[in-house]
Design a protein around this ligand. Structure first.
Ligand SMILES: [Zn+2]
Length: 340
């Protein structure tokens, strides 16, 4: 390997693990991906040790020294701006208000570091794996909550003035419960998209539906905790269970509603749906439900062009990055920013 070879590392810092990857100057993944525990609850110093351990493994795997790493991208599960985390999320208190980006860069002898939040990083990863796509990309990813990110044409994430943009889970949707109430959201507001489309929302929905007399004999009414029922709902939907399907169908349609509003603001051309649903057997059906909701609320111009009606103005795709899109995304960004 040439001494002047340049590599760029992507470090995706999560609540329990850090997923890491190295890319070369051409943006190709170099060597094996490495996963280590994150230790984020023990403070940032403890995580830095883990990050260094991962960097040594990544470079060791391809037989180069740490000096070959010319730039680092990292993402954190919290709102951040210019290297500083603004909100605590799942991290120890000392992460907040400290410039962890600069501290980590100093610790590595001045290697430049780019830092962003996990939603932006995942969107960057989806952009990176679509090598032929050069337009914008909007990612919407239902998980425990509902995250997202927007990549601008050319490959930079739109982060907003203070790194607080793209909180897609907390736009409001015109949808009420059967009793006419707006559901509570984890953020303290009511009626957010995330309160309808997330694992948290699924749990609420399952509780409501199973308490109805017509669902009394449903196999999920077996005394198991609500969390477990919400998890098992996916298997039931895969097997064609009517209740499970109706719950996912509502989620999908409301997600489509929300995406229609986001598309009206950003007109991204490509919407990527991420999160665990991308791996389910009924994902094609779920995408149909998303499209049903989208078509109901999107103006015709966001569906197809008047010049060429065959040309759809908003394409929908499932995420392709699997478990590693965020690590890949920040590695690609580091390459874009720090390549000589
Ligand atoms: Zn909210």
């Amino acid at each position: 390997m040439a001494d002047n070879a340049q590599f760029f590392a992507g470090l995706d810092i999560g609540g329990t693990t850090v997923k890491t990857v190295l890319v070369d100057e051409m943006g190709e993944v170099a060597g094996e991906m490495v996963e280590v525990r994150s230790h984020v609850k023990e403070g940032y110093e403890s995580t830095f040790c883990q990050l260094e351990k991962a960097l040594d493994q990544l470079t060791g795997n391809i037989g180069v020294g740490r000096k070959s790493v010319k730039g680092i991208g990292m993402d954190v599960p919290a709102p951040s701006c210019d290297g500083v985390i603004w909100g605590q999320a799942n991290l120890a208190g000392d992460w907040v208000g400290t410039n962890v980006r600069d501290l980590f860069s100093e610790r590595l002898g001045g290697v430049p570091v780019y830092m962003t939040n996990d939603g932006n990083a995942a969107a960057l990863g989806e952009y990176a794996v679509r090598k032929k796509h050069h337009g914008a990309l909007l990612l919407v990813a239902p998980g425990t909550g509902l995250g997202g990110g927007l990549v601008l044409p050319g490959g930079r994430a739109y982060e907003g003035a203070s790194g607080l943009a793209l909180e897609v889970g907390h736009i409001s949707v015109p949808h009420r419960e059967e009793n006419d109430e707006l559901p509570d959201c984890s953020c303290g507001l009511k009626g957010c998209l995330e309160a309808w489309v997330s694992l948290v929302a699924l749990r609420r929905r399952v509780g409501i539906e199973l308490s109805k007399p017509e669902n009394a004999s449903h196999p999920l009414n077996d005394g198991s905790p609500l969390d477990e029922k919400a998890f098992r709902l996916r298997d039931f939907a895969q097997e064609g269970d009517a209740l499970a399907i109706s719950i996912f169908r509502q989620q999908g349609q409301i997600l489509g509603y929300g995406i229609a509003d986001l598309v009206r603001v950003f007109d991204p051309g490509l919407v990527v749906i991420g999160g665990g649903l991308a791996e389910t057997d009924f994902r094609d059906q779920y995408m149909e439900w998303v499209l049903e909701g989208f078509r109901e609320r999107a103006w015709p111009m966001y569906l197809s062009s008047p010049v060429d009606p065959e040309h759809s103005t908003t394409r929908f795709e499932w995420a392709r990055g699997g478990d590693w899109p965020a690590a890949l995304g920040v590695a690609y960004s580091a390459r874009e920013m720090f390549r000589h």
